[in-house]
Design a protein around this ligand. Structure first.
Ligand code: AMP
Ligand code: MG
Length: 337
């Protein structure tokens, strides 16, 4: 009898410790897809293993989706000389969303604009301003409607090259949050560069706070959105850009209409919704569309909210207004249906 008591006491202490650490923060830094990523999950030590598997998943997707990795599915399709190639369900799902968002944005999203992005040096960092004739020639092979995706068979026409950079991180965020959810994690936030995806709420039950970065530089946020179980995905002109010798600034999101950086007064677009993949595709498309078309696009859909940043104001759609805290940098306006 005597021996049972100390054992019981030890058990109690262990349980006590477990409960105390149940909501500990566990983080993992990952560098992949040319991006610093931070995966954070709350729970006891058992959340570390799914975080490691999440990193492995990110690396596997990078290998599968990269445009430069000679072993990737995209590389194979781009170098097949117009012949069909078999791709994974992941790649097929991304391509179908790209086609949908390209169609609903009037062609603002064009994954086949890649050679133009390359000509500006955004893929390597060797920046340059390509000449008009060079851009005109490259634009002849920019047309996403000619990409064929039937089941798991992808055909990229000869002379065309595609890149999923506009939406691959959103898909990756979906894959990571699905993996963490399946492992039983109920509180997590993953930050893949400008893409934030969340599971549940913070351990205290409150929503996650995601800051809207200031495209004009400076530390002050333009505002904060509060979300649970949502993706918050931003495209901005400040993320990858360079200033030419004449002082003109150029950035990485290209308007397929003229092959130059989309220059319509929008500085950033943040899209909030359930699917990281769709939100990522939309953030790039809406940035190219510009304020007016972006608002019309939002009105035609019912599955996302957005925050548009221009030089002098923010536009915030009605479905997110109650979860939005404005900063003091710019005034904001509500957009209604
Ligand atoms: P994001 O940061 O999600 O807006 O993605 C921007 C990236 O998508 C760029 O760095 C380019 O690699 C690529 N990109 C640029 N313009 C377009 C476009 N109009 N359609 C599709 N992809 C684009
Ligand atoms: Mg995007």
């Amino acid at each position: 009898m005597k021996r049972i008591f100390p054992l019981a006491a030890a058990c109690l202490m262990l349980t006590g410790c477990g409960a105390q650490h149940a909501n500990e923060k566990h983080s993992r830094d990952v560098f992949a897809m040319d991006t610093y990523m931070l995966l954070t999950a709350y729970g006891n030590d058992s959340v570390n293993e799914p975080l490691i598997r999440a990193e492995e998943k990110i690396t596997a997707l990078e290998h599968m989706l990269s445009v430069t990795d000679a072993g990737s599915e995209i590389y194979a399709a781009n170098h097949a000389g117009g012949a069909p190639v078999t791709v994974s369900g992941d790649t097929a799902a991304i391509l179908r969303t790209a086609a949908d968002v390209s169609a609903e944005s009037g062609g603002a999203l064009q994954i086949s604009v890649y050679p133009v992005v390359q000509a500006w040096g955004f893929t390597t960092g060797s920046y340059r301003v390509p000449g008009e004739a060079e851009i005109a020639e490259l634009l002849q092979n920019v047309d996403d409607t000619r990409i064929l995706i039937e089941g798991n068979t992808l055909t990229v026409p000869e002379g065309m090259q595609i890149d999923l950079g506009a939406l691959a991180k959103g898909y990756t965020g979906d894959a990571v949050t699905a993996l963490l959810r399946e492992a039983g994690i109920t509180s997590a936030i993953v930050n893949l560069g400008g893409n934030v995806q969340t599971i549940g709420t913070k351990p205290d039950g409150s929503k996650w706070a995601v800051g809207i970065e200031n495209p004009f530089g400076g530390d002050q946020l333009l505002g904060t959105v509060h979300v649970g179980n949502k993706a918050v995905i931003t495209s901005g002109d400040y993320e990858r850009c360079f200033t030419a010798e004449d002082g003109t600034r150029y950035w990485h999101i290209i308007d397929p209409a003229d092959g130059a950086p989309a220059d319509n007064g929008l500085r950033s677009v943040t899209v909030i919704g359930e699917s990281g993949l769709r939100c990522d595709a939309l953030s790039t498309a809406l940035f190219v569309e510009g304020t007016e078309k972006a608002i019309a696009h939002w009105r035609a859909c019912d599955d996302f909210e957005m925050i548009l940043v221009t030089d002098d104001r923010l536009f915030v759609t009605e479905g997110i207004v109650n979860d939005f805290d404005a900063g003091s940098v710019l005034p904001w306006e509500e957009i209604t249906r």
